[in-house]
Design a protein around this ligand. Structure first.
Ligand SMILES: Nc1nc2c([nH]c(=O)n2[C@H]2C[C@H](O)[C@@H](COP(=O)(O)OP(=O)(O)OP(=O)(O)O)O2)c(=O)[nH]1
Length: 162
């Protein structure tokens, strides 16, 4: 197994599956973001494009086949620990299926109002807001050694969100 030096960013996808105002979120069983509700997603495979990775993770984690996903933005996360990610965020509008079984945790349909009351990564509320407003984003987040968020900026507008 190759050892990736601490601090090198891992490329991943965040795949937001939505039906009108409801989001299919995963209560994660494992790190990163254990016990938090997040969209499904995962690391890119070698030689894989972000779009192909998003379609693959959607199939692997939900059994749902989508032909394309809409590119929404990028989330870059930097910390002095091993939490260093660059995540490509994609969106697919899907049918309101009953939540499929997922090996990574429990899937649940949640409205934006419900998402306000459940534990999520601090970055995610902003992602959902950009998606709903159909605004593209490049979010740049920095964390301290305890993984507390120090700042979050949308690089496309320069706006500080936290
Ligand atoms: N929603 C959300 N997801 C995030 C944030 N930061 C971050 O890395 N992620 C995502 C990117 C990836 O989709 C996911 C971590 O991927 P993973 O470890 O589950 O990857 P994988 O499915 O390839 O798992 P494995 O095969 O290595 O077990 O977490 C964040 O702030 N919010």
């Amino acid at each position: 197994m190759s050892t990736i030096p601490l601090g090198i960013k891992t490329a991943a996808t965040i795949c937001v599956l939505k039906n009108e105002d409801d989001f299919l979120l995963l209560k994660r069983l494992k790190e990163p973001n254990k016990d938090l509700y997040t969209p499904i997603g995962g690391k890119l495979d070698p030689f894989e494009t972000p779009q192909a990775g998003a379609i693959r993770e959607t199939l692997e984690e939900t059994g749902i086949k989508v032909r394309t996903m809409e590119f929404c933005g990028i989330l870059t996360e930097t910390s002095p620990t091993k939490y260093n990610w660059i995540s490509y965020v994609y969106l697919a509008e899907i049918d309101k299926v009953s939540p499929p079984h997922c090996n990574e945790g429990t899937l649940e349909w949640l409205s934006l109002g419900q998402i306000l009351d459940i534990p999520t990564p601090k970055t995610d509320w902003f992602i959902y807001k950009f998606l709903v407003n159909k605004e593209k984003f490049i979010l740049d987040a920095e964390y301290d050694e305890n993984l507390e968020i120090k700042w979050l900026v949308n690089e496309l507008t320069g706006e500080s969100l936290i």
